[in-house]
Write a protein that binds this ligand. Structure first.
Ligand code: SDX
Length: 430
């Protein structure tokens, strides 16, 4: 029997079949040969939340959850965070290789040339209340970009795709900053192509009446590294949304609006905002034991803890803790860090968390840094989206260029009523 195969015996029929094993996986379609009768549809797999189902073959990001390893295109995340700019990492995840100096210069210039948003966007923005959640506004504005770039529907044209990728890398920070300024009732600050990617974003956020915004270099670098840490994370919930919507050949703006919607959920990217709310509820380190007891009794989750893949410390959380100290040297220490550190210590020693392999994830410390930098909690997930932009686009592009992919359409296990006839309303039971 060939080595890379799996033999399965269907005990309902006594029939065995042998299917190939490739890269540690079997093709689910190979199971369809297991039938109980000639007209049986055949065996399907039932896997709610895709706990053990690969939806694609990918070459972008590798995670080893047990060892706490994260690599983009083979490069360890800590080396990229230490040595690259976000746009350099965006180039890497999108093209598969780190750029040469001239490639990076050209790439950076091209993105800088795409930071202005279509004029109609500002009028759409004015239609939102100031207290509208920034993630809802961002998803709406990204979807609205679809109306300004109808050619983006030609998703199989690589040249068209490339222009939309540059537009989204350039314009997402602008849309995010405009959303933030609108929420504060402040005039919009247009992008400044002479600034670096993080400096331009900070300028659009914080510039007042001064002629030229001077970003603090430590904060600008910290923000760029946070974007790197959030750039991609294989098949997470929002990337799955990006791929699923993209598989219908929707344009990248409508597709990314869906990914932003998925990211907004409190179990996903919305967790960084929830962590700050949780730390506010806890209030002080002496209240931690009582809160942990509530978590262990199932009353609430410890936000920023746990992960579907990482059953070890999220490598990004480790790096973020290091960035926090650098930021606090500029901004002053966020007292919430003391609560977070004490909470982490207690949780990591508690059997409930140890048994379930619950560790701090990327969202546990990021919000504390964002708050110290002056961001309001409701924009934290928008910052996550700016980083994940490159990963969503790389995964979308990989989907469209993968000949094995087609429109996503999962099966189901039907447990509903068998066929029955209509009942006139007068004859229906209570
Ligand atoms: C992100 O997928 C990605 O890559 C995501 C992400 C990315 O970069 O894209 O890394 C970004 O989304 C990070 C996760 C941010 N979310 C949170 O911090 C929210 C809090 N965490 C949990 O909701 C949870 O840990 C998830 C959603 C992150 C993962 O959930 P799973 O894998 O579905 O695990 P589970 O809910 O089945 O939990 C297993 C057990 C359960 O207990 P039992 O039923 O076995 O008794 O662990 C418990 C859970 O109740 N548990 C928690 C917990 N997380 C899991 N208990 C308390 N607090 C938690 N945070």
């Amino acid at each position: 029997m060939p080595e890379d195969t799996l033999t399965i015996t269907d005990n309902r029929t006594g029939i065995s079949c042998t299917v190939p094993v490739k890269n540690g996986a079997i093709r689910a379609m190979d199971l369809r040969q297991l039938k109980t009768s000639p007209d049986d549809f055949g065996m399907v797999t039932y896997d709610p939340a895709f706990m053990n189902t690969a939806s694609c073959e990918s070459r972008i990001t590798f995670i080893d959850g047990d060892k706490g390893i994260l690599q983009y295109r083979g490069y360890p995340i800590d080396q990229l965070a230490e040595n690259c700019t976000y746009l350099e990492v965006a180039y890497l995840v999108l093209h598969g290789e780190l750029p040469t100096e001239s490639q990076l210069h050209g790439w950076t210039q091209e993105v800088a040339g795409q930071t202005a948003v279509p004029e109609g966007i500002e009028r759409i923005l004015q239609g939102f209340r100031q207290d509208a959640h920034p993630m809802s506004v961002l998803a709406s504005l990204v979807a609205a970009l679809s109306t300004f770039y109808p050619e983006a529907k030609n998703v199989h044209d690589s040249a068209v795709r490339r222009v939309q990728i540059l537009r989204l890398l350039g314009q997402l920070p602008t849309l995010a900053a405009y959303t933030y300024r609108h929420s504060l009732g402040l005039p919009l600050v247009p992008p400044d192509a002479s600034l670096t990617y993080p400096e331009n974003f900070l300028s659009m956020l914080w510039k007042k009446s001064e002629p030229y915004f001077q970003a603090n270099p430590v904060l600008a670098r910290a923000l760029d590294v946070l974007f790197i840490l959030h750039a991609d994370h294989e098949q997470n919930c929002s990337t799955n949304a990006m791929r699923s919507i993209g598989s219908s050949l929707a344009d990248p703006y409508m597709t990314m609006a869906g990914a932003i919607a998925a990211l907004s959920g409190p179990l996903h990217g919305g967790a960084n905002e929830e962590v700050l709310k949780m730390l506010d509820v806890i209030g002080s380190t002496d209240h931690i034991p009582a809160y942990v007891q509530k978590v262990k009794s199932g009353e609430c989750k410890l936000m920023g803890f746990g992960h579907r893949v990482y059953k070890n410390y999220d490598p990004r959380a480790r790096i973020i803790k290091r960035i926090a100290e650098q930021v606090f040297e500029v901004t002053g220490r966020n007292p919430k860090l003391d609560i977070a550190l004490a909470l982490e210590k207690i949780a990591l020693e508690d059997e409930y968390f140890v048994k379930r392999k619950l560790y701090p994830n990327v969202d546990f410390y990021s919000g504390i840094i964002y708050q110290a930098m002056g961001f309001q909690p409701d924009i934290f997930t928008v910052l996550f989206a700016i980083g994940r932009n490159a990963g969503w686009l790389a995964q979308w592009q990989e989907l469209l260029t993968d000949p094995a992919q087609k429109i996503a359409r999962p099966r189901q296990v039907f447990l509903g009523h068998a066929r029955r006839d209509f009942v006139p309303i007068g004859q229906r039971g209570a």
